[in-house]
Ligand binder design. Structure first.
Ligand SMILES: Cc1ncc(COP(=O)(O)O)c(C=O)c1O
Length: 452
């Protein structure tokens, strides 16, 4: 279909996710190559967001992925993990366990991130029912964190605006402070760690220490803008979970499979959570798939008690997705993709930190290939008001970024941020080009907003 016809047809037939439905000049992407995507008018964009944190390998591995998919389609196109299994799911579970931060994880497959979060919660519940602690029905999550928006996962999500009108969440979750250091007034990271852990412990006690089943957090929180943890924070969460008999979960739907240069970002914290959720980068987005990793202590009571895990997802562990995930992991290893992220992390950080010279940039934070610039009104880092944020993040920036041929994310679920998460195969030249593009765009944004 030609461009105009696609625009018209999209308006008439497609419901967009997380979007107003009357989008003028909808960005319709039809082709990808390396780190680039192309729209229906042939314009090229650097996908500096990896298609919403998914396209770890970029877009040029289609032929290899197609071979993996085709081999599987010719052998066994589909069967489930409902009391049966197939070789690709078993092999993938073994591969993922071998990469995980401890050697006793088992893997449950899902279709995506929200399903992973909900499956992990139900596994936690089954665990506590099996060990005779059914009263553990509550969880602690963090403010502004996004853990999905299907009704169960939405309980954990700490963005009140997403919940209004959808009823009382089915899971009782308390939300505590996230690890935003820029807007906190701690003397140093150690003070931040103490403050955050004190608040976490108080939240556990307030919820009822023997009623809390789960503490859930992202190793680097996306919503709010790439919020990294202070040293000792995750070790402290592990200690609190152990002290009060709760399970600790790392939601690695974004950070898993290389985003910060590790298979699992939590490895950098030297902590092995009881549960880990993954999705997005598991297949490098060449097919949809998610998973939950659970340590043996979580699963063992179900095994010993010969209990049924009362949960299943028809397409969870689809053999074609599993074959593609195996191929993606093989390519990440073969092409030294994690090493690529690690070797470019420090220079990328240095280059981005120089954007702080622009008065509109108040903070630069992140890790690996996952970065946010917080946008501010003046040298005192005053926040933009709602009308200004609407103008900047939903008006000026999307148009200017598109003109610059850059896909990045403007977000204000927390404070106003511009985020990038380039494909993990990006080289120094491309990263430089991305930062130079951001610099131009942000300089114009400052002018537009009258900053500086
Ligand atoms: C940390 C985290 N958890 C869960 C989800 C939900 O994943 P999905 O959109 O695949 O359901 C997301 C999605 O962005 C996420 O970032």
């Amino acid at each position: 279909m030609i461009h105009d016809q696609l625009q018209r047809s999209a308006r008439e037939s497609l419901i967009l996710h997380f979007s107003k439905q009357e989008v003028d000049d909808l960005l319709v992407l039809e082709r990808g190559e390396g780190p680039y995507v192309f729209d229906t008018q042939g314009r090229r964009y650097i996908d500096a967001l990896s298609s919403l944190f998914c396209a770890q390998l970029g877009y040029s591995y289609g032929a290899e992925m197609a071979d993996a998919a085709s081999g599987q389609l010719r052998t066994l196109a589909f069967n489930t993990n409902w009391g049966t299994a197939h070789p690709p799911a078993i092999e993938l579970a073994e591969r993922i366990s071998a990469l995980a931060p401890a050697d006793d994880y088992r893997v449950f497959f899902t279709g995506g991130g929200s399903e992973s979060v909900e499956s992990a919660w139900k596994l936690a519940r089954e665990h506590f029912i099996a060990i005779g602690q059914p009263e553990r029905t509550k969880a602690i999550a963090r403010k502004v964190a996004y853990h999905g928006v299907t009704l169960g996962a939405l309980s954990f999500t700490g963005v009140p605006g997403y919940k209004d009108g959808f009823g009382t969440p089915p899971i009782e979750v308390s939300h505590v402070a996230n690890t935003n250091a820029f807007r906190a007034s701690d003397a140093d990271p150690a003070a931040a760690t103490r403050r955050l852990l004190t608040e976490m412990e108080a939240a556990i006690v307030a919820a009822g220490a023997d009623e809390v089943a789960l503490i859930i957090a992202e190793p680097v929180q996306n919503a709010g803008g790439c919020l990294t943890p202070p040293a000792g924070y995750w070790a402290g969460l592990r200690a609190l979970a152990d002290k009060y008999g709760a399970l600790l979960m790392a939601d690695e739907v974004i950070t898993g499979f290389g985003r910060i240069g590790e298979w699992f970002a939590i490895s950098r914290e030297q902590v092995a959570p009881d549960l880990i959720s993954v999705a997005k980068g598991l297949t490098s987005a060449y097919a949809p798939m998610g998973a939950v990793l659970a340590r043996s202590r979580v699963v063992e009571p179900l095994v010993e008690g010969r209990r049924v895990y009362r949960h299943g997802i028809t397409f969870g562990g689809h053999p074609v997705s599993a074959a593609i995930a195996l191929k993606s992991i093989e390519i990440i290893e073969r092409d030294r993709v994690l090493e690529n992220v690690r070797s470019h992390e420090a220079p990328l950080r240095e280059r981005l930190v120089r954007l702080l010279d622009l008065p509109i940039v108040g903070d630069v934070r992140g890790a690996g290939f996952f970065w946010a610039m917080e946008l501010v009104k003046d040298e005192d880092n005053t926040r933009f008001g709602q009308a200004e944020r609407d103008d900047l993040l939903r008006g000026f920036l999307p148009g200017r970024l598109r003109e610059a041929g850059l896909i990045a994310r403007c977000d204000d679920r927390g404070d106003a941020v511009l985020q990038i998460a380039p494909p993990l195969i990006s080289d120094a030249g491309l990263l430089d080009e991305i930062v130079a593009g951001l610099e131009d765009v942000l300089r114009d944004a400052a002018k537009h907003m009258g900053v500086g």
